[in-house]
Design a protein around this ligand. Sequence first.
Ligand SMILES: Nc1ncnc2c1ncn2[C@@H]1O[C@H](COP(=O)(O)OP(=O)(O)OP(=O)(O)O)[C@@H](O)[C@H]1O
Length: 526
Amino acid sequence: MNLRNFIRINRARFFLFSILAILSPLLTIAMTALVQIETNIILSRNLPNFLIISAISLTVCIMFYALFSLTQYLLLAQTQDLNNSVKEKIVDHYFHDDRDHPVSKIQNRLTNDLELINDNYYGSLLNLIFGVVQLIAIIIYLIMLSWVLLITICIIVAISLALPKLIEKPLQKANKLISTSNEIYLDTLNDWLRGLDQLRQFAAGAKLFSVTQNASKKLEDATVKQTTYTKLLNAINGIASALFGLIIFVLTGFLVKNDLVQMSTLLIVGNFRFYLNQAINEISQARGEMKGVKSLIEEVNEAAEKVQVSDKQKTNMPTVIKTESLRLNFPNGEKLNYPDIQINQGEKILLTGDSGSGKSTLFKLILGELAPSAGKIIFEDKDGNEINPDLKAIGYLPQDPVIFPASIKENITMFNNKLDNKIEKSVEEVNLSADLQKFEEGINKQLDLDKLNISGGQRQKIVLARAQVHENDIILIDEGTSAIDQNSTIDILDKLLKSKATIVFIAHNFTEEMHELFDREIHLIK
Ligand SMILES: Nc1ncnc2c1ncn2[C@@H]1O[C@H](COP(=O)(O)OP(=O)(O)OP(=O)(O)O)[C@@H](O)[C@H]1O
């Protein structure tokens, strides 16, 4: 998200943007110079020259507005292209880093953070170039007039550029606060709107309004705080530049009085006073705003960094999975201690235990999503050697089946059409055929996550079929049949447990008949 990437995204467009961004402020100075010439022509009462110079002034004025609008358009196009590329990199990063991220954090990165950077950094870039070019043009003009004026202006510029430092830190903090508050707001909306039906049913609207209003208020407060600092920066700059302009005006008057510069200088300096104020204002404000989002840019850059996929050769699937003195301490003080467990190749294990005894967490530890606080998980090959398996090759069915807004077929193959030939068998094995007959489009039915157009049991059957077609050697299933009726469950388990794969199945309330389908049971105690 840095300037180098901004240039690289489209060098030709950036070049054109830079030329126009330099040309536009020069045109404003040219317009002022033309006004001065026009004034002299009026004083000499020369109508033909007046008409010519007026036509030139009009052309320069139209050119300025046309070029400046084009410059703004080019800036926007360049920013949008950079945003698209950064968004792609951020999604790629979150996909490959194998870490658990709250959805709201990713949403915030991809929307609010990028918007803040666009407005404050790239939006200010044009103002910065515009201000610097305008300032340089005025300085050159003044050098030709008087060195006293030049030195005074250099001192003024140095002070003006140091001004944003006064509130640089609080502005950075305010920008960070907006980002965090937005993340919390999105989180709150996600958590509470998901259960909108239930809230309606239990007439709990008051709670919904209060939590969303609370989160929204924090976000609004953060925005107000940031705006306050930005406006404060504007006010400081405005007052300073007005003061500085006045000093220059008075100084020029003094120089004229002492015959050190010509009378006309007073008019020129008067005209340029406005531009000098404008240039200093724009430079200071742009620098302040750009610095304000510096730390946010660093965070976004980190999130967009390419994740190095380890080139360490991942070995085959383990024959044995063992845990040794495994312990996990959560940051909130909750502790889980596991007995030593061994899972052998091809075994069908039923994992049971009290609610909260750590069954789902054990899966997350095996999958490497959580790191143990003590003890370890050992993966061994058939010769008993410790190996480093590719944990992504372990099939995992979480408690809440994860379904995508695509067809049932694509949800089973996970968009790999090489697996199409295995679908029919898997659909049979998970008892999904009868359900598919109810849909006009059958297996090609598009799932609509908002309308929830399939039942909980059908969702579970789809993810079970997904595990079947992918033929993983090890499958971890977390309450994979809890929404499926008992007869179907027995039927599905009967077929599923005949496979060669190692299967660990978490379940509650299984009947004796269901227990008997497994080789053994591991029971965790809280
Ligand atoms: N991120 C977390 N932070 C703090 N505690 C957690 C976290 N995740 C899980 N726990 C705690 O760890 C314990 C084990 O949770 P886990 O989900 O593994 O239990 P479980 O045996 O699968 O329960 P259930 O049968 O009810 O699904 C619970 O007491 C839970 O509160």
